[in-house]
Design a protein around this ligand. Structure first.
Ligand code: GLU
Length: 312
């Protein structure tokens, strides 16, 4: 990707690893209280015991535990990378996708209607569908452009869209299709629904490891200007919207408990960003009542406490 620095070999930090080991204990315990999502049938059989955690810092150190190199279904984490891919073409897209939080959940047709068919933010599904549609217009391949942003921080990483997961979501979905029809009715989509939805499902079905996601998101933490995936103003806005809207209805709780911009997905992934320091990503499939990875949130809370990471 043009303008992107090729990362040099990272140095493993033993001190960070100690923090991760303590975080894993808390995370695994909390995971016992969660439930693996059945929303995408192909993901319902993933073992609740899977666990991985990775941290990457802007000064080039890293640490991992568990299955840190194993790919998992990033689902809504892809909304973050698709948004960043689009912002490279359309830095002012915020006007159309919004930037305010909502209590209505990520798949609310009623909330979209209430807001006069303008999505509340790019992390609810209506906003994400508009992002995918625009990206498709700019690049002809929304999935490929999203994967390119993920790969930019980890060029040798195994990142692909899992066709079986995408098909499974496509065959069982009604809600995203309803949202897309409402958007189309009000002229909010440029491309045909039959093109946008398969791209969206394939984008959600991107598979990558926690190590790759932590590396990929480092540009959101970097203030040195070396990782130039996005301009500084866009990075600032993306982090702000992650803090207020990245964790479904639990953003306030996460800001209180952890104090970091974060994004999660129903595959059990959670990513958090500490501006100026680094990123941390967890994969633990069981979800809590808010739809966030129960183990992931607990593990990041413990890691952030031990590492002294908080924006406040
Ligand atoms: N593919 C899922 C959907 O669009 C992703 C949901 C999520 O991870 O929040 O409904």
């Amino acid at each position: 990707m043009p303008g992107t620095r090729t990362p040099s070999a990272p140095v493993v930090s033993e001190q960070m690893r100690e923090c991760l080991l303590a975080a894993e204990v808390r995370g695994r315990r909390a995971a016992l209280r969660g439930k693996v999502s059945r929303q995408v049938p192909a993901l319902a059989a993933v073992s609740p015991a899977r666990f991985a955690m990775a941290v990457a810092t802007v000064d080039g150190t890293e640490a991992y535990i568990g299955e840190a190199g194993t790919g998992f279904s990033i689902q809504s984490l892809s909304k973050l990378f698709a948004l960043c891919a689009l912002l490279r073409h359309e830095p002012d897209v915020w006007t159309d996708v919004g930037w305010v939080p909502t209590e209505a959940g990520y798949g609310s047709v009623a909330d979209l209607e209430r807001n006069h068919w303008r999505p509340r933010n790019p992390f609810v599904n209506s906003g994400a569908l508009v992002v995918t549609d625009r990206l498709l217009t700019h690049t002809g391949d929304a999935v490929g452009s999203t994967i390119a942003v993920v790969r930019a921080g980890d060029p040798d990483a195994e990142v692909h869209s899992d066709a079986q997961v995408a098909r499974s979501e496509g065959e069982s979905d009604h809600r995203n299709s309803a949202i897309a029809h409402v958007l189309a009715e009000h002229g909010r989509l440029v491309n045909d629904i039959d093109r946008v939805l398969p791209q969206y499902f394939a984008q959600c079905a991107i598979t990558a490891s926690v190590r790759t996601i932590a590396r990929a998101a480092l540009f959101l933490a970097d203030r040195s200007g070396e990782r130039t995936v996005l301009d500084h103003d866009s990075v600032r806005r993306v982090n702000a919207v992650l803090l207020t809207s990245g964790m479904y209805g639990a953003a306030g709780d996460i800001a209180y408990r952890i104090g970091l911009p974060a994004k999660s997905g129903i595959g059990g992934g959670v990513l958090a960003v500490m501006p100026g320091r680094g990123t941390v990503c967890v994969w633990s499939p069981p979800l809590d009542d808010d739809g966030n990875s129960a183990g992931g949130v607990a593990a990041i809370e413990e890691f952030a406490r031990l590492a002294g990471w908080s924006v406040f």
